[in-house]
Write a protein that binds this ligand. Structure first.
Ligand SMILES: Cc1cc2nc3c(=O)[nH]c(=O)nc-3n(C[C@H](O)[C@H](O)[C@H](O)COP(=O)(O)OP(=O)(O)OC[C@H]3O[C@@H](n4cnc5c(N)ncnc54)[C@H](O)[C@@H]3O)c2cc1C
Length: 370
């Protein structure tokens, strides 16, 4: 039996950040991960640390995302110092380019709604008209009517982030167990035994951060995480000279290649690349930036987001089995700093604060009963 202070199930960005945060605080942590046969959103994402457009209808989510973006700088610096792995975080603000007057007006309404819901916590945004957008990004084409902008948005390199989180865990004395699909969980209050990869792990704290796997695991400890897959595609182009500052759908990497993406498709557990979303992504990219017509695509992939029924994260502690926590979200890069710096601390303290209460998985049972 391998005995620890905490077991974290799921070695993606959510589990990695929480496990690293717990280990950094001195806990002995075992991070269990199923491995390559699992769906792994952490290895297929766009890498934005994105705040604008988050949390309409759930102001706590906007604040949590903004908090994470504020924590990210120090979080990245500490990770780099501990491990030598630089997650390449930047926070220079970001724009969302809008290609029709209807898109512009819908976006303006969304941003204004978030601004009003945030009240005195102060969510500030700008709507850029075409002239201002063209001034900031000369490469935009004639169809771009404007954009939304906030200073909170940024980006990171998600694979370096993942590698850094795992390295940070090990550096702080944690155990990483790949190839360890959890096959059984035995729960008592503050006392958990987990079977995975032919070994047994025990700890008084358990965190479920298994992405889509949380759906099956949560009921084993009296929690509810009815997440579903939402597929997204990403298109990578050959390298071009620097032309695009950070935008939500078109991201230029430091080496010059562009990531194009942000599609959302209900395709069940099918993560195979499909032609239709690729066409939609590339045609929108060419409308925004006509020079892309002559730029080659070098790579494409599809991956599955971890989506809750209302799109907001799930954070909860089991009432039946205190010590068991769940964390699910579809923005694990954005929220990595909040997970590592705050959620880990709450797990360590043994209680989630009032500001995370709206994220309880119990909201879905209430919605089902209504
Ligand atoms: C196309 C796309 C673009 C995205 N872009 C962004 C972006 O720009 N910014 C952003 O913030 N987020 C983005 N995301 C989301 C981000 O990738 C995820 O939120 C992030 O990966 C967090 O995922 P996770 O750790 O919850 O799940 P995963 O990364 O899927 O990790 C879950 C892990 O749990 C393990 N597991 C599952 N079941 C078990 C089990 N029974 N036992 C043991 N281990 C198990 C799996 O092996 C897996 O490694 C994007 C996602 C996609 C698909």
């Amino acid at each position: 039996m391998s005995t620890h202070d905490a077991i974290v199930i799921g070695g993606g960005l959510v589990g990695g950040a929480i496990a690293y945060g717990l280990a950094r605080r001195g806990l002995s942590v075992a991070l269990l991960d199923e491995g390559d046969s699992a769906f792994r959103a952490a290895r297929g994402n766009f890498g934005l640390v994105w705040v604008q457009s988050k949390g309409a209808g759930m102001p706590q989510y906007q604040r949590w995302s903004r908090l994470s973006s504020e924590l990210w700088g120090n979080f990245a610096a500490a990770l780099k110092e501990a491990t030598g792995v630089d997650p390449a975080h930047e926070r220079k603000g970001g724009v969302n380019i809008l290609l029709s007057e209807t898109e512009f007006e819908n976006r303006r309404q969304l941003m204004e709604r978030i601004h009003l819901e945030q009240g005195e916590t102060g969510f500030e945004y700008e709507m850029l008209d075409r002239a201002e957008l063209k001034r900031r990004i000369p490469a935009v084409g004639p169809e771009a009517v404007g954009a939304s902008y906030t200073r909170y948005d940024g980006a990171a390199n998600p694979l370096f982030l993942l590698r850094g989180l795992h390295a940070g865990l090990l550096k702080h004395g944690g155990t990483y167990a790949p190839g360890s699909r959890v096959t059984a969980v035995f729960a008592r209050p503050n006392d958990f035994r987990v079977e995975a990869g032919g070994r047994t792990f025990s700890a008084p704290k358990l965190v479920l951060a298994a992405g889509l796997g949380n759906k099956e695991l949560a009921p084993l400890v009296g929690l509810d995480a009815p997440v579903r897959p939402v597929r997204g595609h990403i298109v990578v182009t050959e390298r071009v000279a620097p032309v695009i500052p950070l935008t939500q759908n078109f991201r230029q990497m430091p080496e010059g290649g562009l990531l194009l993406g942000d599609s959302q498709e209900e395709a069940g557990y099918d993560d195979v690349v499909a032609p239709r979303p690729l066409r939609d992504i590339t045609s929108r990219a060419v409308r925004a930036f006509p020079f892309l017509r002559d730029v080659n695509v070098v790579r494409t992939w599809a991956a599955l987001r971890v989506m809750s029924p209302d799109g907001f994260p799930i954070y909860d502690q089991s009432r039946e089995f205190p010590g068991a926590f769940v964390a699910s979200c579809h923005s694990g890069v954005t929220l990595a700093a909040a997970h590592g710096e705050r959620y880990a601390q709450h797990v360590m303290d043994g209680a989630l604060p009032a500001e995370l209460a709206p994220f309880t998985g119990a909201r879905f049972a209430a919605a089902r009963a209504a």
